[in-house]
Design a protein around this ligand. Structure first.
Ligand SMILES: *[C@@H]1O[C@H](CO)[C@@H](O)[C@H](O)[C@H]1NC(C)=O
Ligand SMILES: *[C@@H]1O[C@H](CO)[C@@H](O)[C@H](O)[C@H]1NC(C)=O
Ligand SMILES: *[C@@H]1O[C@H](CO)[C@@H](O)[C@H](O)[C@H]1NC(C)=O
Ligand SMILES: *[C@@H]1O[C@H](CO)[C@@H](O)[C@H](O)[C@H]1NC(C)=O
Ligand SMILES: *[C@@H]1O[C@H](CO)[C@@H](O)[C@H](O)[C@H]1NC(C)=O
Length: 640
């Protein structure tokens, strides 16, 4: 049956691309045993092909980046894992800001791990200075020179952050023209309740790893060993964090017995963490010193399990936990959970006065014991750009065909510590809950596209300057937000009529000169000058209606004779009569217009003549306008 054939064919036509799309969007589920969401990505930055490492982690070839180029470390043999040997770097020709943006993710909490490596890949012996941000909040700062070990062999960093906009963004910002580098990037969805504490709301912070130690063990975890950690966390040896006096008396112990109740929601702390521990062979104090940045607050997690079978009663092992000299709790593991069971305790450390965080376990009964210790910096979430304005800016990036060198990648305004996209000025909104686009100035950038109608979403835009490009197409009706005060579209190839929407804004300066616009200049736009502003529509062959432009032909609207007009002219003298009436009406308006004493031919000409002066005084003028624009500041060429 031809009809059923065609309908199934149609179905195929619809479903096949959908399926392909789904496959494309579907994250690679490399570990299907993940407890939460099972979304994971391992990106081999700079890597040309997908690979599986010797621990079974599947790496995808380099993708999801906004620019830059692939590089290879200078001594690949120094690196044991293939994904560590390649990297991506972002030279200034790719823009000051570049990102990895992984789309199509369910919102929720994620574990991010980056590998940052230099190893003189560019032969310049100059490890770069740059910053990295996750989800619009600056989390890492690299400054040249790097510690020599790190510069040669690279370093892993990880953190926990919420994704709320369906895509994970890791962005890099070049400092002093240095190209940022990245060796690999992994992200894994984790339980949104994980690492929550009673005293802070985890959604307000990014938790940056400042030490994740498994006491009495070597480094392990997914990507480094065959041991499982269902969150993909890596665990380091605690050796380097022990104070020298502790190193002398420490006694590392381990068990192969299983620990009841590990690997459970929401934190899925792995059993291996509790199967080793450090304790003391003689009486004394276990003391750790962790390097921190004193400007931040920290979340400390201590992990315990009684794995010494000689301790089998409450009160046999009791010790105080002293953080930076302050006794914060007393712990009896057996009293809390019995033996061979995990006990986790967390504490928020505020108001640090030095760059070390000191943790001491002071014995009360017996000797102390500890299995693991985690320390996270609490980095407050930065403001990000209003989501609608992000949509608008992405549409404009496409439609204006903004070149790579301008670095229009990631969030247009965030992080607040970085410059916004080149040519963009941002501000916090009224209730300081998000950032908004205030000004766009991309004049003389060789742009060849058009203005997307999505520009209407920029509801706080005050000033738009696209002058002296090669932009074309019609002016969208989306232009004319109430906030707009200055509009400079001069010296482009815009065609079609001036949209009526432009007349609803509070424009003070409208420069549309030297384009290919046509049709009647809207009356209200014309009155801009009356309110102390200025307008220039010269150099457009097709415009009409205001002096010194020619009068508009009858029934001229939106750049052409209206169809109603054509019919009317062809039909009856009744219409001719109304035309005469209308003509009279137009004359009335024009006479009224002369009453305004506005924009006489010589004044419009002198406006163009003054253009150069305005350019030179731009910064001063902008300053003045910004402080006074609410009060209708007289512009230097408002007609008098
Ligand atoms: C944390 O804040 C978010 C929104 O800001 C809220 O939905 C959530 O309930 C809060 N959680 C806690 C534990 O207070
Ligand atoms: C990890 O396990 C895989 C298979 O289970 C094995 O082939 C590989 O040799 C192991 N790697 C190490 C370093 O033990
Ligand atoms: C430390 O604090 C705990 C309660 O948090 C208390 O029981 C213990 O006696 C204190 N230790 C010292 C030495 O003050
Ligand atoms: C930290 O310092 C602030 C102001 O300096 C103070 O208000 C606050 O109570 C201090 N917090 C702690 C835990 O000491
Ligand atoms: C727009 O930018 C150009 C080039 O920087 C400048 O000459 C012109 O004065 C600007 N226009 C406005 C209205 O600021």
């Amino acid at each position: 049956m031809p009809s059923s054939f065609s309908s199934s064919f149609l179905l195929l036509c619809i479903s096949l691309p959908l399926l392909l799309l789904l496959l494309l969007l579907l994250p690679s589920c490399s570990s299907n045993h993940l407890p939460y969401g099972s979304v994971s990505f391992h990106i081999d930055c700079g890597g040309p092909t997908p690979s599986t490492d010797r621990f079974g982690t599947e790496w995808v070839a380099d993708r999801y980046f906004t620019g830059g180029a692939a590089g290879i470390v200078s001594e690949p043999l120094r690196f044991s894992l293939p994904q560590e040997k390649t990297l991506r770097y972002f030279p200034l020709s790719s823009g000051k800001k570049n990102c990895y943006i992984i789309p199509g993710l369910p919102d929720g909490r994620y574990y991010f791990r980056t590998f940052t490596v230099y190893d003189n890949y560019d032969g310049r012996s100059h490890p770069p200075s740059f910053e990295a941000a996750v989800e619009g909040t600056t989390v890492f700062g690299w400054r040249t020179p790097w510690p020599s070990g790190v510069a040669q062999t690279g370093a892993y960093s990880d953190l926990l952050a919420f994704v709320r906009d369906g895509e994970a963004g890791v962005c890099f910002y070049s400092i002093a023209t240095d190209p940022p580098v990245i060796g690999s990037l992994s992200i894994l969805q984790i339980d949104p309740e994980s690492y929550n504490s009673d005293s802070i709301n985890g959604t307000d912070f990014i938790l940056v790893n400042y030490g994740r130690l498994d006491c009495g063990s070597g480094q392990w975890g997914p990507g480094f060993s065959n041991d499982t950690d269902l969150f993909g966390r890596s665990w380091q040896s605690d050796y380097n964090s022990r104070t020298p006096s502790t190193r002398k008396i420490i006694d590392a112990i381990s068990t192969s017995a299983s620990i009841k109740g590990t690997d459970q929601a929401p934190n899925y702390f792995p059993m291996k963490l509790y199967q080793t521990a450090v304790t003391l062979g003689q009486s004394g104090v276990i003391e750790y010193e962790l390097e921190v940045d004193a400007k931040l607050d920290y979340m400390l997690w201590l992990h315990f399990a009684e794995i010494d079978s000689r301790v089998n009663k409450i009160g046999q092992r009791v010790f105080d936990v002293v953080v930076n000299g302050e006794n914060v709790t007393q712990i009896d593991i057996f009293k809390q959970v019995g033996a061979f069971a995990p006990f986790d305790w967390n504490y928020i450390v505020k108001n640090l006065s030095s760059s070390f965080l000191n943790v001491k376990l002071v014995p009360v009964v017996g000797v102390p014991l500890i299995s693991g210790l985690e320390n996270y910096a609490l980095v407050p979430i930065d403001l990000s750009t209003d989501p609608n304005q992000v949509i608008a800016m992405r549409a404009l990036k496409e439609s204006l065909r903004v070149p790579d060198r301008m670095g229009w990648n990631g969030d247009p305004c965030a992080p607040t510590g970085w410059d916004a996209w080149e040519g963009i000025t941002c501000r916090p909104n009224k209730d300081r809950s998000s950032l908004i686009i205030y000004q766009i100035d991309v004049a003389s950038q060789g742009l060849k596209g058009f203005i997307s109608n999505q520009i209407s979403l920029l509801s706080d835009l005050v000033s738009l300057n696209l002058s002296s490009n090669s932009l074309g197409g019609a002016l969208p009706s989306g232009l004319g937000q109430k906030s707009l005060v200055r509009l400079d579209l001069s010296n482009n190839q815009f065609t079609g009529p001036i949209p009526d929407t432009l007349t609803v804004s509070h424009l003070q300066l409208v420069l549309l000169n030297n384009n290919l616009l046509e049709g009647r200049v809207p009356e209200e736009l014309y009155s801009v000058g009356v309110h102390g502003g200025a307008i220039d529509v010269s150099g457009n062959k097709g415009l009409c209606g205001i002096p010194p432009l020619p009068d508009c032909p009858m029934f001229w609207e939106n750049g052409g004779l209206s169809s109603g007009g054509k019919i009317a002219i062809g039909l009856s003298c009744l219409v001719v009569f109304s035309v005469l009436l209308l003509l009279g009406y137009i004359c009335c308006i024009r006479r009224r217009r002369h009453d305004y004493d506005f924009a006489l031919p010589h004044e419009l000409m002198s406006l163009s003549a003054k253009r150069n002066k305005y350019q030179r005084q731009k910064s001063l003028m902008l300053l003045e306008m910004e402080s006074q624009h609410a009060k209708a500041l007289p512009s230097p060429f408002s007609p008098r």
